[in-house]
Design a protein around this ligand. Structure first.
Ligand code: SF4
Ligand code: SF4
Length: 363
């Protein structure tokens, strides 16, 4: 009946929790669970993506190990969530990437950086690649703008299509297809996701190293998430500068794209370091070691994108610019390619689950 052993275990736990209901004030998962008497695969995937892994329900649970009921909702939901990413992957043939995710992402990153470095050296005049380039269009002396736009546009477009197809499969499986989605539900979900409302253990904070809610995972997640959005905004503004006003990069220190990109890059670097540290220190009883590679690879990739962008910004008027540009573009390209097959999808499915939850609460 259940597609995997972890879904069967999640069903067992949800039936215990539905009889107990002690944790109903902790997060969105428990109220959503209480609206159901039985759980399909899609229901369990929906609940798993509502869980934010704060750990509170493990430390509050009178049936947690060593009790014979062996209730561990955070770890079980983490396993179900990881399986759900692979289950909705598009195209299906690429779903196995999730199994060896850390290795695959590391390989893609290494190959992309190598390809950009070798490509630059093969097609650029060494005199240009390893010398100082200044002023408007300096980057394009090494890689023509149209080539850059075509390459990154294609990778980005592919990722968007794969992400949309995955989200469609998720939305259908959690039983939301055909339901009317009101603007209020989307707005509620944006607020809940933007504040990480359900990462606070019902108001006392997130547990990470022990049952004492003392970690700052939420703040580091905010730094990473908003840093990413600022970097996206920087790229969008730069695209408008290029195509609408005809102003070519690199831009001055005080220009809008550089200011947005600098703050965003710092957010990515600081947030990623904090999240990696928190992951390293997470208590064994609420950790899912099988997710370690995927989580670490994703956060490490964000760090590398942010750090390589900042280093390029500071050294763009030196002879190292060509090499640094190749390294930064390699990491960004690998990030785009791996977006649909790594931890990035958690944002999409969690947001979908929050919209669904807001819809259920309204009705
Ligand atoms: S996690 Fe434990 S305490 Fe909380 S609802 Fe489930 S069984 Fe009850
Ligand atoms: S968000 Fe926290 S309280 Fe809710 S199910 Fe997940 S670990 Fe438990």
């Amino acid at each position: 009946m259940f597609a995997t052993d972890n879904l069967a275990e999640a069903d067992r736990l949800m039936r215990i929790c539905n009889a107990c209901r002690y944790c109903e004030g902790l997060c969105a998962l428990f109220p959503a669970m209480e609206k159901r008497r039985t759980f399909s695969n899609g229901d369990l995937n929906y609940l798993a993506n509502l869980c934010h892994q704060c750990g509170a329900c493990y430390y509050d649970c009178q049936y947690a190990p060593p009790h014979e009921f062996d209730v561990n909702v955070p770890v079980t939901m983490s396993k179900v969530r990881a399986e759900s990413y692979a289950a909705y992957a598009w195209p299906r043939a690429l779903a196995p990437i999730f199994e060896k995710n850390g290795l695959m992402i590391a390989l893609t990153a290494a190959l992309s950086v190598a390809a950009f470095l070798i490509g630059f050296m093969a097609w650029s005049d060494p005199g240009v690649m390893f010398s100082v380039q200044r002023g408007e269009g300096a980057f394009y002396a090494i890689m023509p703008h149209n080539t850059m736009a075509a390459l990154f546009g294609a990778a980005f477009l592919y990722s968007i299509v794969a992400l949309v197809m995955g989200f469609r499969a998720f939305w259908s499986d959690i039983g939301a297809n055909g339901s009317r989605v009101e603007g209020q539900s989307i707005w509620q979900a944006i607020k809940d996701a933007g504040q990480l409302r359900y990462l606070d253990g019902g108001g006392i904070g997130c547990m990470n190293e022990s049952e004492k809610p003392a970690d700052r995972r939420k703040h580091f997640h905010h730094a990473t998430f908003y840093g990413f959005l600022l970097c996206l905004a920087a790229t969008s503004v730069a695209t408008i500068y290029h195509y609408v006003f005809g102003w070519e990069a690199p831009y001055s220190w005080y220009s809008l794209p550089v200011l947005l990109g600098t703050v965003g890059g710092i957010g990515l670097v600081v947030g990623a370091i904090g999240l990696l540290k928190a992951k390293w220190k997470r208590a064994g009883e609420i950790s899912n070691p099988s997710r370690f590679g995927m989580d670490t690879a994703f956060v490490a990739m964000l760090f590398l994108v942010g750090a390589s962008g900042l280093i390029l910004l500071f050294l763009r008027t030196t002879p190292a610019m060509g090499t640094l540009l190749a390294v930064h573009l390699g990491f960004v390209f690998a990030f785009f390619l791996t977006m649909p097959y790594g931890k990035f999808v958690h944002g999409l499915y969690r947001f979908g689950a929050l919209v669904r939850h807001a819809m259920e609460e309204r009705t």
